[in-house]
Design a binder for this molecule. Sequence first.
Ligand code: NAI
Length: 250
Amino acid sequence: MLQGLTGQCALITGATRGIGRAIAERLAQAGASLGIVGTDLQRCTAVAAEISKAYQVEAIPFACDVAQTAQAEQTLEAMLEAYGKIDILVNNAGITRDSLLIRLDEQDWDAVINTNLKGVYNFCKPAARAMMKAKYGRIINISSVVALCGNAGQCNYAAAKAGIIGFSKSLARELAARNICVNVIAPGFINTDMTEALPEQIKEKLKDSIPAKRIGKPEEIAETVAFLCAQNSAYITGQIISVDGGMNMA
Ligand code: NAI
């Protein structure tokens, strides 16, 4: 078991289920203390308690809508108050509001951009300030294969996820000399509640189009996050790491 993150503090958004929860568990397994961010306080509290008990680490629940700048700033402040620092920030929270462009409502455009892209800005800004002071940090932003390939019916989602890539490369350049790494993971098709909602027929078709011929597991994304958080990964920054069974080979 990797114990390399003992003494480090990690904030993970959208950590109550799916990929975010797997990331939280993996970092806890490595010994990190956690901030569990989600929209529902009860859910966050339950997940934090479960992880804390299972891995013997501290885990603090924070209810926060990542799309709300003031809430994100307050959450970051509360994290700093509790732990005195933030070593790792994982921006994982995300939503879909799929529709072909000609039927895509402005509300669904705004919701996806605000949660998936502005949410990343909202957390990176106050976290970067704290990390710059500490001269250490790891920021990992969860994008998508769709940012690299596009997907019919996901103009809003692909735009937000591609925005994360440009944002992260720029931030990586701003922070590299301060010993802060900023990287992006682009998952392919991963088995979570988000993808569970897709019709069986579409899932089968999608699976067939994946070179690995299987759907990915949340733990496979979590493992990549743990790798990027490791001390030995300090020279990796501004990169997009695809974890997608070969869906995108650029
Ligand atoms: P999910 O829907 O199972 O979980 C998303 C989490 O984000 C939930 O805990 C939810 O409560 C939280 N969340 C949503 N909106 C929020 C907000 N405004 N404020 C705070 N928390 C919020 O999704 P899943 O599948 O675990 O996805 C996690 C990330 O990975 C997302 O950014 C998603 O876009 C990305 N992704 C997922 C893929 C997949 O196949 N499942 C593929 C590529 C990327």
